[in-house]
Design a protein around this ligand. Sequence first.
Ligand code: GDP
Length: 198
Amino acid sequence: MKFEKAKFLRSYGSVQQIQDDKTPQFAFIGRSNVGKSSLINALACKKDMAKTSSKPGKTQLINVFDVEGHVHLVDLPGYGYAKVSKQQREVFEGLITDYLLHSETLYIVFILIDASIPPQRIDLEFVAWCGEHKVPLGIVFTKTDKKKKKNTEANMVAFEKAVSEFFEELPIILETSASSKHGIPELGRWINEQIGHV
Ligand code: GDP
């Protein structure tokens, strides 16, 4: 399966709509600015398939991209915006939790973690929430090219250590950079392996 064949399919504003989707879904989520749009674009070898935006909180719908009819890449709204109203936040946090708890074809949700900053409480809480609710999850570190800040490696180790306290068996953990493309082929290969396209 070639990720460069990915195409925007449609946006969903409610979980009822997406429940008719029978294709395995690989979802992506993270705090605003974590590099989610950049990662999806890098995976699909596109410049702007997923919209990168400097405006936090803009993606409030669930955007779905089809890859040759085999998998759907699901771009979930980010969590943890400081700049939106409580009411707005509740609406899209509701959409995210509804989706994660009720999508029947969710294969995995990749939780994106910015490797250039130390572990953030909101990310750890989100990982723990997914674990408690048995939502299948993987951890994808982003921005690993930011090596100048030597702390990148230490940040990832600290995050993994914190996560290991929630799980007997660690989830899949991948390191990526949309800028250098480090780890992007591995992410694509991993998804292909899951659906039997080796
Ligand atoms: P989103 O809000 O999670 O979709 O994040 P974006 O993809 O829009 O990226 C947020 C910012 O981080 C932008 O300025 C990107 O250029 C930058 N960014 C994204 N990925 C990387 C990366 O791998 N390395 C570096 N150095 N910067 C990145």
